[in-house]
Design a protein around this ligand. Sequence first.
Ligand code: AMP
Ligand code: MG
Length: 388
Amino acid sequence: MVTIEEAHKIIKDQPKELKTENRNLSDCLGFSLSENITAPFAMPSFDNSAMDGYALFGIFQEYKIVGEVAAGDMNEIDLKEGEAVRIFTGAKVPENTTAVMMQEKTSVEGKTLHLEQMPKEGQNIRRKGGELEEGELVFEKGYTITPAGIGLIGALGIEKVQVYKKPAIHLITTGNELVAPGKPKGEGQIYESNSYALAAAAENFGFVCQEKKQIADDFEKIKSGIKDSLEVSDVLILSGGISVGDYDFVKQALEENGVEELFYKVFQKPGKPLYFGRKGNKFVFALPGNPASSLSCFYLYVLPLLQQLSGSKKNGLQRYFFPIIHDFENSGDRPSFLKAKIVEGKVEILDGQGSSMIISMALGNALAFLDAETSLKQGDLVECLLIS
Ligand code: AMP
Ligand code: MG
């Protein structure tokens, strides 16, 4: 048995082989860069207008209007002192421009422009290099690409980026009692839901579960299912069959497949019977079958590994402290991750904390971390891990 911290450290300290690939700008959201990106040119690359209005030469109240320049125009206007040109947002300002006056502060009579207020030097001009200098480091290797990141990479004219590949994930659920949703269910059977929840949790964080298999509690079938999946996956996730029951064959089946155990059992609630192992460069998690336990273990342990394998600097769920809206006592002897709901900056610990109960997790949005044997008073700060 290991502590929560030990389990995280074991996962983090594993040597990992990261693979890279080239991806198109339109297809790289959520991937992490395996290269630095520097600005190939200054941004903006020319002085341009921040407003629709008039580019002015000199500081006066009135100017003579001598032309027009729109966004994308390439003509050079040689502006003389006391002259103005009509200009539009994003258009290159003529070389001698002192300032741009927004059109709302102007009036025009024939060719004469009147300003309602005096211009200030440099006003409404977006300067060349104002956002980035040429050659400046924009993104460091390991940056996980966001929509705004895609916008910036595109603005720099870059169409393909070098990123870390995401790990290939396979999922095996075990249990004689499990029936796929949509099929008729007999006495003593339950619907198999973990594979759906786990695949969805992976997807929520930008990972794809390539294959899902359901196997009965049969040692040989589990063993050969693991063998097949290990050949084609980077991360194999099993659910169920990892406790100490007579039909819990997963641990032995992993051993017989040459998987090396890195830890088994974590001192926590829920999710104590959690297994982590590796074979070569492939990693295996065997999660407890109880729906809330398996999903908690995914968020707490599998997700950080997936992020590390995809070259991301992220490390699991985001953690914040929130004040609790009621008194609460964790009388258990293990540190606990409790289903909780954060509303308007305050957290409530929900009813229905049993490992088999997923409703509180479905209605909540966080896991609240409480040490063993702690009591909280209303208003005390609680560490919350955001699951949505
Ligand atoms: P196990 O870890 O195999 O002992 O399973 C613990 C509990 O979780 C049992 O009540 C199982 O029926 C339930 N369970 C196991 N696997 C799943 C699954 N894939 N979907 C829903 N419930 C499951
Ligand atoms: Mg089982």
